[in-house]
Design a protein around this ligand. Structure first.
Ligand code: BEZ
Length: 251
């Protein structure tokens, strides 16, 4: 603060500072993080009212945002996700979409997709998972889906993986121009479920059926055993890096 301010100037200075701080706070992008509880919200969707994440207790859910209805990249993504929905459901995972559009725009877009769009091997595609209307951007802001450097009016392509306890387990962001790889989203879901079930980790480019990584040796004795080949089902590249087979039918 400049020196020798009189009382009136001090109040003016405080008020200006407060206004600046309020603007900063308003423009801060809330970014939920991995390990956080998924922020709660109530929403209107193309499948009725939604109480999130309560409605998905006991299930995995992928909450994803897209920039706008009636846009080509989003259309290709929605058709792909809708086609793959049974594969995600079979993994105990539901899908929920969101964009900063109103309910009637969502309905009109989904009707157009079903009635008119043939893309690759997909036609007559019905989007059965809920698409949230978020015209006020309240939910998009809560989830850090608005990233002003990319767009202040459209949500980026965010993907939140939320586990059966309502905890955010993975987050992937893509820019507006980049359509997502849905095989990768499925691979990531299976990898997290496998890590939970078997208390292992998955190496680079892991696919179901590949070897998995066992937790690093936690003592000198275990490190020695592993290096001496005493752990029969493991392959060790060094004492801290060991894998074991996990056949597809055990994943
Ligand atoms: C699209 O989905 O096609 C799209 C949306 C916003 C910006 C660029 C592309």
């Amino acid at each position: 603060m400049p020196e020798k301010l009189v009382a009136g100037e001090i109040i003016k200075y405080i008020n200006i500072t407060r206004t600046i701080m309020e603007n900063v706070v308003e423009n801060v992008v809330a970014m939920p993080r991995i390990g956080d509880k998924a922020p709660e919200f109530k929403a209107i969707t193309t499948q009725g009212n939604l109480d999130f994440p309560k409605a998905y207790e006991g299930k995995w859910v992928i909450l994803f945002s897209h920039p706008a209805d009636f846009t080509p990249v989003c259309t290709s993504e929605f058709m792909t996700f809708a086609k793959m929905e049974p594969e995600f459901n079979a993994l105990n995972c539901d899908l929920v979409g969101l964009s900063i559009d109103g309910l009637y725009s969502h309905i009109a877009w989904l009707r157009t997709i079903k009635e008119k769009i043939e893309y690759k091997d997909m036609k007559n595609i019905e989007v059965k998972f809920p698409l949230i209307e978020d015209i006020t951007m309240e939910i998009a802001k809560k989830y850090g889906m608005i990233q002003p450097g990319e767009s202040s009016t459209k949500a980026v392509r965010a993907v939140f993986f939320i586990d059966p306890k309502g905890i955010i387990r993975a987050i992937i962001y893509y820019p507006l121009s980049l359509g997502r790889n849905f095989d990768e989203l499925k691979r990531a879901l299976i990898a997290m479920q496998t890590a939970d079930k078997h208390e292992i980790a998955t190496p680079a480019d892991w696919r179901p059926g590949d070897a998995v990584i066992v937790p690093p040796a936690g003592s000198c004795g275990v490190a020695k055993d592993r290096m001496e080949g005493d752990e029969a089902d493991m392959k060790c590249y060094d004492w801290f890096f060991c894998t074991k087979e996990l056949p597809l039918d055990k994943v």
